[in-house]
Design a protein around this ligand. Structure first.
Ligand SMILES: [Zn+2]
Ligand SMILES: [Zn+2]
Length: 465
């Protein structure tokens, strides 16, 4: 068996690992590398293997850094099956088309500039038509269903507790009479998070490939994050300002809405209007409503058993049209605006930031992980002046960070993941999906638990068993 770490190695985007065995091969995730424009085109355009030789793509979850290069994989000749949970399939239909749309818009803008200097036009990595063309290759699997991949290999998806339908994947590979249990965490969720169930760890592993997004962080404990959220909402309302929350359209938005709904029902926040300004979030929320059985018991207890919609209440308005979105700029009363993208790298959140960042009455609240060099990270790091669409803005609004709402497990969760594996059996741990400093901080921690072979593969590295 051979593992090749093709993407999401020493970085958080572009998750992709190639596993070959007994004459067969699968890909774990097919994520889009995200970063600066020229790098993004360069790194995503071509694959270092022939996609037509793959038997399967096993997809951990729908986030673009895990699924975003699938249309290109199919365009380049993949004809196998894509296995993912039902919610992941539905979310991919939405997110891949959106990703194609964003690329088409971006390319149109770039080509306008290129035309002026008589340079030939560039093309998107894939189009909306490509995004549609890859959907027939998807096949939904249930959690815990053992799927025979042929060549003596089975795959089992277990709830990763990260976003709706997210999975850790167990491969059981029988080669020369020896069975190897290889586990891939995908993105590992956190315990006691709203909406998602707790992660269901893969046990008794021989090889583990784990994400390390928060490898050097322990989420603050011992306080009530809902109370903190309530405090931020009420302080902003008392100041007569607006609360602007950049949030991923899938997962984080629904979680924040859930908490606000609960706080509103319990009279713990002021009665101010709440807007979810993201057409993508509106459609994603429909998919959350379609799969109540994937949500956790607390959601069931608090909302579903009384036939309440966790994602809808009287003070909440979902906004799809551009005109309604623009009208929010003229709002004079305190309000909460939740909008995408979560890292503030595009989308409608940009005009809300532009309009609100210089007013000290307002609060900008960050609730998820933000990669290096993104606008969200710059504001979170306390930069006094930031550029938005080429213009400079003073950061005068209050800046708050509620890490609790991150959908990634922290250092402790990552280390606990091996709790059900024996150090004598688990021979190799590979740390991926993290910036180098986050991964490095885990190497010694794993070693002190008795797991001696801990590696941070670089992109292109391979391992043979
Ligand atoms: Zn994710
Ligand atoms: Zn990820």
């Amino acid at each position: 068996m051979k593992i090749e770490f093709l993407g999401g190695a020493q970085t958080v985007t572009g998750s992709m690992h190639h596993i070959s065995y007994n004459g067969g091969s699968v890909l774990l995730d097919c994520g889009l590398f995200q970063g600066r424009r020229h790098e993004m085109y360069e790194k995503n355009q071509n694959f270092s293997f022939d996609p037509s030789t793959l038997d399967y793509l096993l997809l951990s979850h729908a986030h673009i850094d895990h699924s975003g290069n699938i249309p290109n994989l199919v365009k380049k000749g993949f004809r196998g099956k894509i296995l993912a949970t039902g919610p992941t399939v539905d979310l991919c239909r939405l997110l891949l088309k959106d990703s194609a749309f964003v690329q088409e818009m971006d390319v149109a803008w770039v080509n306008k500039i290129r035309a002026k200097s008589h340079q030939p036009p560039v093309h998107p990595i894939y189009t909306q038509a490509d995004a549609e063309a890859c959907m027939p290759f998807f096949h939904a699997v249930d959690y815990n269903q053992v799927v025979d991949l042929g060549h003596g290999v089975t795959a089992t998806f277990r709830d990763a507790g990260h976003i709706l339908g997210s999975a850790g994947i167990l491969l059981e590979i029988l080669e020369k009479g020896k069975k190897t249990r290889l586990g891939f965490t995908g993105d590992l969720g956190r315990y006691d998070q709203a909406l998602t169930k707790d992660p269901d760890p893969l046990r008794d592993l021989d090889i583990l490939i784990t994400e390390t997004t928060y490898g050097n962080r322990v989420h603050p404990a011992g306080h009530d994050p809902e109370e903190e959220l309530a405090q931020i909402v009420n302080d902003t309302a008392n100041a007569g300002g607006k609360l602007i929350i950049p949030a991923f359209a899938v997962g984080r938005t629904q979680q924040i809405v859930y908490h606000l709904h609960k706080l509103f029902d319990q009279d713990r926040i002021h009665d101010l209007p709440i807007y979810v300004d993201s057409p993508l979030a509106v459609k994603a929320t429909e998919i959350f409503r379609k799969y109540p059985q994937y949500l956790d018991r607390a959601t069931d207890r608090i909302f579903l058993k009384d036939h309440q919609d966790p994602f809808g209440f009287s003070r909440l308005t979902y906004i799809e049209s551009v005109d309604e979105s623009k009208a929010l700029n003229n709002l004079l009363v305190p309000a909460i605006i939740i909008s995408a993208s979560g890292m503030a790298e595009g989308g409608r959140i940009m005009h809300h930031l532009k309009n609100n960042i210089e007013n000290p009455k307002n609060t900008l609240l960050f609730v998820g992980f933000s990669a290096k060099d993104t606008l969200a990270r710059k504001i979170m790091d306390g930069m006094p002046v930031v550029k938005i669409y080429g213009e400079e803005y003073q950061v005068r609004a209050k800046v708050k960070i509620l890490e609790y709402f991150s959908a990634h497990g922290d250092r402790k969760n990552i280390l606990d993941y091996v709790h059900y594996s024996n150090p004598n059996k688990l021979q190799q741990i590979f740390l991926v999906h993290g910036e180098l400093e986050q991964s490095q901080s885990l190497v010694d921690a794993f070693r002190s638990k008795g797991f001696l072979n801990v590696t941070i593969p670089a992109p292109g590295d391979s391992f043979e068993n």
